[in-house]
Write a protein that binds this ligand. Structure first.
Ligand code: NAP
Length: 300
């Protein structure tokens, strides 16, 4: 499996596994260990989490599984996020949905994540969403403390637009290592609004969430989804792919920005589609065909 070097001492597997839906999969701890081992065996070593996933349950479910085979921890990179506060039975003190990027909240959230994962370090911590009430000096303070304590190795952001990324970066003495953004042929916003340009300008590889549009690409009945399915099926035939998800992954992987798709399925055959896509080559014409079909018009 190809790896992307984020810093001198940190690399991610090109394909990342996402655990947002873990609690929906109704897996036992043994099932989760098997999934982790199968991913590692296939070369996927980077696992994406957030404090809020599964209504604050997914990190702990993963950690409980990991506790069965703690030796797996050093073979993986754990990414997690903080900064969103959900109204939840599991957080009765939250009165309304809000963002919190205060130093106090970041430190408390990381402490909870470490306990959930039963580990003593997080590889990369992301601020989950840009916070309109953010004090970047406090975020910088929290990051610096977590780094010096060895609790978090590196930091990044998620869903940050160019100005938000540059603003936070300007307060830090070390580089943000990634921006995790929504990228798929179905959702072109970050291709079109300068967010992907920012990643290329900052020389950071973006993590792509919902690379299959959260599954909508297979089931949505809107015109865009139907057009895309037709084109993806045709191109799949042309390039020797068996399923359209392989073409969608190949579309992201062939882009020069070193996009790292986060696979959101817990089914190994579906995870393997992303791995197979690493060996598929799209021509520039095929890439633009998919782009224009998604846009619903010819480029200018
Ligand atoms: P996705 O891969 O776009 O969507 C996964 C969904 O597609 C699952 O429900 C899956 O169903 C379905 N699916 C996959 N292959 C399929 C197929 N061949 N036919 C029909 N359905 C298929 O990714 P995602 O789960 O939306 O997001 C991936 C990861 O990104 C998350 O786990 C999380 O780590 C991260 N994320 C981050 C943010 C953020 O704000 N930073 C937001 C959303 C997600 P099955 O489960 O049945 O396979």
């Amino acid at each position: 499996m190809q790896r992307i070097q984020l810093t001198e001492d940190l690399s991610f597997s090109r394909i990342i596994h996402g655990l947002w839906r873990l609690s929906d999969w109704k897996m036992s701890n043994e099932d989760v260990v098997k999934l982790i081992e199968d991913c590692l065996e296939a070369g996927i070593s980077t696992f994406d989490h957030a404090d809020i996933y599964g209504n604050y349950t997914c990190e702990k479910k993963f950690g409980d599984a990991l506790a069965l085979k703690p030796e797996l921890r050093k073979r993986m990179e754990i990414v997690t996020k903080c900064g969103i506060k959900l109204v939840s039975d599991n957080r009765p003190e939250h009165c309304i949905k809000s963002y919190d990027t205060s130093k106090e909240h970041i430190l408390a959230s990381v402490q909870q994540s470490l306990e959930n994962f039963q580990t003593d370090y997080i590889d990369v911590l992301l601020i989950h969403r840009p916070d309109p009430y953010m004090d970047p000096a406090q975020v910088a303070d929290a990051f610096t403390q977590l780094k010096s304590e060895g609790k978090v190795r590196h930091f990044g952001v998620s869903n940050f637009k160019r100005s938000q990324f540059k603003m936070l970066q300007s307060y830090l003495d070390f580089p943000l290592v990634t921006n995790q953004i929504e990228l798929s042929a179905y959702n072109l916003e970050n291709f079109e609004d300068g967010t992907l340009d920012l990643c290329q300008e900052a020389r950071i590889a973006p993590m792509a969430w919902s690379p299959l549009a959260g599954g909508a690409i297979f089931s949505a009945e809107d015109e865009k989804a139907k057009r895309l399915r037709d084109t993806l099926e045709k191109i799949a035939g042309d390039i020797g792919a068996t399923e359209i998800d392989e073409v969608l992954y190949a579309w992201l992987l062939s882009h020069p920005a070193n996009i790292m798709p986060i696979v959101g399925s817990g089914k190994m055959n579906r995870i393997e589609s992303a791995i197979k896509a690493l060996d598929l080559t799209l021509t520039r014409d095929q890439w633009f065909d998919i782009l224009q079909v998604a846009m619903g018009r010819e480029i200018a």
